[in-house]
Design a binder for this molecule. Structure first.
Ligand SMILES: [Zn+2]
Length: 481
């Protein structure tokens, strides 16, 4: 798709009128009830954000950042509090930093982080146009409907409402709408800002994507999750060499066999089980939500020493549970040999590790060497090792407001800490000493939102409930001493 068709940075006149109308509506009606305060304006904003293509291949992430900046400006934010930031050589990947100033400049800010870039999507593969917001049978469909334009729209809308309603927090509330989360190998706003404009993201803590809520088969809210920590993604390249020669005269030393033998040892090695505050909290909460036999196994794993048979049963029941309990390293790619009739001279494999928070990459590399038990297998971290940050603490300051607001929307729902086994931009913030929590209040059923896949979606009710939840909880965090 030709990028010039992507809407221009400056909002069109029709859009300006819509923004003013929505803002005026909010100011006139005042907040009839926080719930549906300004919902038409929110829907309009969400649609605009969704319908600006922000894929790396054909989109313009900066255009989306500027469109949201225009809405914040129309709501009364001063130009100095609306910064578009990014390197000159990435003109289409500029981030927006918007600041709502607090009454106590000595207090550190609260950061609201959301990425506005989206994963690629091909029109011909989808049932509907992925870059048009479609509402059908209680669902919104579009690329980014969930990941991550739902939170980006809710945060931007909340900042507009705080401003137009005259809400004055104690702490600054910063909104960061960023690019490159889905394509960090190409460019990443958060990493670039931390390296080049660290003040822009400086905060006491941050809210980010990474956790939602679970609905049961009947659509009833079961558990609201808060993500505290994420495993670190790291690839290691393993390589072996051997003399080679004519394949009609095989010799004992063979690069492929050597590597394969090492990998077989790795496949049989479970890294030590290690719980942290988030995962212990997660399993304790889960043990109240699952069948009695599974609950008994969970309790057995939470004991010291943990029951390894029970752990094996949990692994079989839910591989995600296993990946929450330990660092994992798995072979994902393999290659070797250079000709069918020649003995191999070289074999290589990629081993992808997901490392528990706080565990140094070097320690995992040492364990790999121990397990492979063959100093003829070279081990090399395949790219720039990520500085590993500690898991953010689940303090009362963070958790009590979650409980309080959750009970006003989903009375009695279980609050479940979790640690994500995937990666978000939170990894950069945690490593920079900014504790980052995945928290959206957006519930999904077992089928999930199809994020990164075809026909991405989010329940309209889940989005609107999440909007209420985040609007209220950010207000509390912003007013904390
Ligand atoms: Zn995402």
């Amino acid at each position: 798709m030709n990028r010039t068709r992507v809407p221009a940075a400056a909002p069109q006149p029709r859009r300006v009128i819509a923004v003013i109308a929505a803002t005026a509506l909010t100011m006139v009606c005042g907040s009839t009830s926080a719930q549906n305060d300004g919902e038409p304006g929110f829907r309009d904003l969400y649609r605009e954000l969704i319908e600006i293509n922000t894929t790396l291949s054909a989109g313009d992430c900066s255009a989306a950042a500027k469109a949201m900046s225009a809405r914040l400006s129309a709501a009364g934010f001063a130009d100095r509090d609306l910064q578009i930031l990014g390197p000159a050589d990435h003109p289409r990947e500029q981030a927006l930093i918007a600041t709502l100033h607090g009454s106590s400049p000595k207090l550190e800010a609260v950061l609201l982080l959301a990425h506005i870039d989206v994963v690629e999507a091909r029109r011909e593969d989808w049932q509907r146009d992925p870059f048009k917001l479609v509402e059908e049978d209680g669902w919104f469909y579009a690329r980014g409907a969930s990941d991550d334009k739902a939170m980006a729209a809710v945060f931007t809308d909340a900042m507009i409402r705080y401003r137009t309603q005259g809400y004055k927090p104690r702490r600054d509330i910063k909104l960061a709408l960023t690019c490159g989360e889905e394509t960090s190998e190409h460019f990443n706003s958060v990493r670039w800002l931390l390296q080049n404009q660290p003040a822009a993201l400086q905060a006491a803590f941050a809210l980010n994507e990474g956790a939602g809520g679970e609905l049961d088969a009947a659509g009833k809210p079961v558990s609201l999750q808060i993500q505290a920590g994420e495993k670190v993604y790291e690839d290691f390249e393993l390589s072996t060499t051997s003399g080679g020669g004519h394949s009609s005269r095989p010799v004992p030393d063979n690069a492929i066999y050597r590597l394969a033998a090492g990998l077989m040892r790795l496949s049989a090695y479970p890294f030590p089980l290690a719980l942290n505050e988030a995962t212990r909290g997660y399993f304790e909460a889960q043990s109240k939500l699952v069948a009695p036999d599974v609950a008994a196994d969970i309790q057995a794993v939470l004991k010291t020493p943990p029951d390894t048979d029970a752990q094996a049963r949990l692994w079989a029941a839910n591989p995600m549970w296993n990946s929450m309990l330990r660092t994992t390293c798995v072979a994902t790619q393999l290659s070797g040999g250079h000709a069918p009739n020649a003995l191999p001279q070289r074999a290589t494999a990629n081993v992808n590790c997901r490392i528990l928070p706080g565990v140094p990459v070097a320690e995992v590399q040492k364990t790999l060497a121990m397990v492979l038990a063959d100093d003829k297998i070279a081990i090399k971290p395949s790219d720039e090792p990520v500085v590993v940050g500690p898991a953010p603490p689940l303090t009362a300051q963070i958790m009590q407001p979650v409980r309080k607001i959750a009970d006003t929307i989903w009375p009695g729902v279980a609050i479940v800490p979790t640690m994500s086994t995937g990666a978000t931009d939170g990894r950069f913030l945690n490593a920079a000493g900014i504790p980052t929590y995945g928290l959206s209040g957006m519930f999904h059923d077992a089928e999930g939102s199809h994020m990164h896949g075809l026909n991405e979606r989010i329940r309209v009710k889940s989005l609107m409930d999440g909007r209420v939840f985040l609007y209220e909880i950010v207000k509390i965090y912003g007013s904390q001493k």
